[in-house]
Design a protein around this ligand. Structure first.
Ligand SMILES: [Zn+2]
Length: 469
């Protein structure tokens, strides 16, 4: 069954019981086969070759050599640029860019250093003022001593895996000549290890330009299926998302706790969207949602986007192996379970499973593709609170007057449920403002999220409606 057809045939929950209007007949467009083509183009062999090449630069430390063509961060970024440039030669909608800046007087960087984020943009029909979706990894690496910029630091998993994923996704989208509505950015960030410097610069500049980035999909350590704890898991990836810290309603700041939205930040709705899309369209590969910004006391490039008000999540393998992260490449004699054994340290390509990276790449690409052809999320969606009442009344703007929109889904779940339990479907309308009265469900007991559904079946990320009158 095609992707978009599945979208409509699965889990339409008791809409009639809830007084909702009928769900429209499935309208499978050509979009589904185009997404399938992107997903089937993603290749473990290609990811393997990218990751080997990145590891082959010896070290990609932020202050390592920039003149050699075979070793150091300079060689790595020129190679990444050349890959994106080769995709651009075969696809007129794709362009390669550098985000280049000088970093000085910051922690862990001892001298003024040029940092370069390397990226490609697949231009969408919406143009430069339209929406953007970002797929990222970071291409810098480190060994045990974060200041050591000469020793080997192959960084095959951290984060050759995420960088290879971003490059491979770009290859697949451009080779399939996928034509999105929103723009898709494929980016390899610099300077992550010393303090998220590359992504910080990119997200800050994006905010200055008020770029409409609707999702940042950060991939950092997405390569290994065997953890240092001995657990092998190849059919799952963790997705970390930040909760709400503050909500702005107009110029007013509202504590998320006042409306019970601690679990309904844009990043967390994005995480739920990824999981729901994956369960429908990539049912043999799963996401585990982790409701925290990142692993305990650690961070990644999506945090830079969160900082500037963008939804962003982190993908990471299920079980990490700390022998392979931030370690000099060496073999040590160690006592394990009472026996002396040789333990290999270092972030080597042999521990990266390219078939696994390809699965994570498909999850990213599926999400980006669906979002890129979805209608924009409802604007100014409001939970009406002009009087106390037992049900829930919603209102949202409909600037497109229903053009290309099949309708809207009001997703719901009990407050203690982690994921949406169902939805009510609201038919498309040409009214400039849409009102919907859900008399049977109390906003005290349920959380809601409103998504726009395109005539092609693709949905926007649901948004939790803010209180208004
Ligand atoms: Zn990393």
């Amino acid at each position: 069954m095609h992707l978009i057809t599945k979208l409509f045939t699965l889990t339409v929950l008791s809409a009639s019981l809830l007084g909702a209007q009928t769900v429209p007949a499935p309208q499978a467009g050509s979009a589904d086969s185009r997404i399938e083509e992107v997903l089937s183009t993603i290749s473990p062999d290609s990811i393997r070759s990218f990751d080997n090449t990145l590891a082959g630069f010896g070290t990609r430390h932020t202050t390592s050599d920039t003149t050699s063509n075979t070793r150091g961060i300079g060689a790595a970024r020129r190679w990444i640029y050349s890959k994106f440039a080769s995709f651009a030669r075969n696809n007129r909608d794709f362009a390669v860019h550098e985000d280049r800046f000088v970093l000085s007087n910051v922690p862990l960087i001892t001298r003024p250093t040029v940092l370069v984020n390397v990226y490609g943009i697949l231009r969408g029909k919406e143009g430069v003022n339209g929406r953007y979706i970002v797929i990222s990894g970071h291409y810098d690496s480190r060994c045990t001593d974060i200041m050591n910029d000469t020793s080997d630091a192959p960084g095959a998993d951290d984060d050759g895996s995420g960088s290879s994923l971003a490059i491979e996704a770009a290859r697949a989208f451009t080779a399939a000549h996928f034509q999105p509505d929103a723009n898709i950015i494929f980016i390899c960030f610099a300077g992550e290890e010393e303090g998220l410097y590359g992504s910080e610069h990119f997200a800050m500049e994006a905010r200055k330009k008020n770029m409409n980035i609707i999702a940042e999909l950060n991939n950092d350590i997405v390569g290994a299926i065997r953890g240092g704890n001995g657990v092998v898991e190849s059919n799952m990836v963790r997705v970390f998302s930040q909760g709400y810290k503050e909500i702005k309603i107009g110029n007013r700041e509202v504590n998320p706790e006042v409306i019970g939205y601690e679990n309904d930040s844009p990043s967390r709705e994005l995480a739920r969207y990824i999981r729901a899309a994956g369960e429908k369209f990539l049912p043999t590969f799963h996401t585990t949602l982790i409701f925290r910004q990142d692993r305990f006391l650690r961070g990644g490039d999506h945090a830079s986007f969160n900082k500037y008000g963008y939804a962003g999540v982190r993908f990471t393998e299920p079980n990490e192996d700390y022998h392979h992260q931030h370690q000099n490449v060496r073999v040590a004699d160690e006592m394990v379970n009472g026996k002396e054994v040789k333990v290999q340290y270092g972030d080597l390509p042999r521990y990266v499973d390219s078939a696994y990276v390809a699965r994570v790449c498909r999850m990213n690409s599926l999400t980006a593709a669906l979002l890129s052809i979805s209608p924009p999320a409802p604007t100014d969606d409001i939970m009406l609170v002009d009087k106390l009442e037992y049900g829930s009344r919603f209102r949202w703007d409909n600037p497109q007057r229903g053009k290309d929109i099949a309708g809207w889904k009001i997703y719901y779940r009990k407050s203690a449920q982690p994921e949406w339990a169902g939805y009510v479907f609201v038919n498309s309308s040409t009214d400039p403002v849409v009102n919907y009265d859900l008399t049977t469900m109390s906003k005290d007991d349920y959380i809601f999220g409103i998504a726009a559904v395109g005539t092609n079946g693709a949905e926007s990320i649901p948004e939790a409606p803010l209180p208004g009158r």
